[in-house]
Design a protein around this ligand. Structure first.
Ligand code: ADP
Length: 264
């Protein structure tokens, strides 16, 4: 798409002592960006409106038919709390996304021991795993693995990936840090963190789009699990900020592996 502008510049050229200039500007990128913005706003509005509509319906019912029905009132209040929690999670994830996007160009500076950091991240997820009847495994090297990173953001990356593995995977999740790559160049330059589950895998057609905002393989399942559809988009921005890379491999037979490669 081009934008056409016509300008008359007096004092140059031959025609009446001035010249007409036609300029063409390629605005394809700009149009795509504003289309994406519109889609995003439409998605956010839709995601917020769904729980809001439910809340409004329950308020009506509580004022009318359920006014004197104590057990029904309790039931409705529990559902309303769930819907309010869902809105709260969505707003929290939107703020996180905004923050990580705005910090994406700022290099993280802190040194941290990634192994110890992963161990404490996994520890904090034990109650979630227990509630879902999922076993957690940690595989880290004995010696410390120093990387430069933002500890809070890296915690968010591995929390999101492990929580997804718990929600959508099978009954076992492994968080593994590998520092002994077969390739010596990789070994010196980078570390590899894998989040492995033994679930039913993800159909390959979905893999390229997983990190898009609000993209879900199974919307119903995601919503039921309290997903906002923003987790992997947040992960992607944080990994970019750390100049890292992310890969996903999945098969119906063995499950899914999310790999994050971080520079040393
Ligand atoms: P959500 O909030 O829906 O979990 P995410 O951005 O974290 O959003 O993930 C996007 C989608 O990717 C999920 O809805 C789910 O369908 C799929 N997904 C993510 N991790 C896994 C996994 N380990 N196994 C199967 N599907 C997964």
């Amino acid at each position: 798409t081009f934008e056409v502008a016509l300008r008359y510049i007096p004092g140059i050229g031959a025609v009446n002592g001035g010249a007409a200039l036609i300029s063409l500007t390629d605005i394809t990128d700009r149009e795509q960006a504003s289309q994406m913005r519109r889609d995003f706003v439409a998605n956010v509005s839709h995601e917020l409106r769904t729980p809001l509509t439910a809340l409004m319906g329950f308020i009506e019912t509580l004022r009318g038919p359920a006014r004197d029905d104590a057990p029904a009132r309790d039931r409705f209040l529990t559902i309303m709390q769930g819907e309010a929690n869902r809105m709260n999670r969505l707003v929290g994830d939107l703020l996180s996304l905004n923050r990580v996007e705005s910090e994406e160009r700022v290099r993280p500076r802190e040194q941290l021991d990634l192994g110890a950091h992963l161990a404490s991240t996994l520890k904090s997820l034990e109650p979630v795993a227990e509630a879902a009847d999922v076993q957690l495994f940690l595989e880290i090297p004995e010696e410390p693995t120093l990387v430069t990173g933002d500890p809070d953001q890296l915690q968010q990356v591995f929390t999101n990936l492990v929580e997804n593995a718990i929600k959508y995977g099978g009954d076992q999740v492994t968080l593994r840090l590998r520092t002994r790559d077969r390739d010596p160049a990789v070994r010196a330059a980078a570390v590899r963190v894998e989040v492995i589950d033994n679930g039913n895998g993800i159909d390959p057609v979905h893999l390229p789009r997983l990190t898009e905002r609000f993209y879900r393989v199974d919307s119903h399942r995601s919503r039921e699990q309290g997903g906002t559809g923003l987790g992997l988009a947040i992960v992607k921005h944080i990994v970019n900020r750390h100049r890292g890379r992310m890969r996903v491999e999945s098969s119906a037979a063995t499950g899914t592996v999310f790999t994050v490669i971080l520079p040393r």
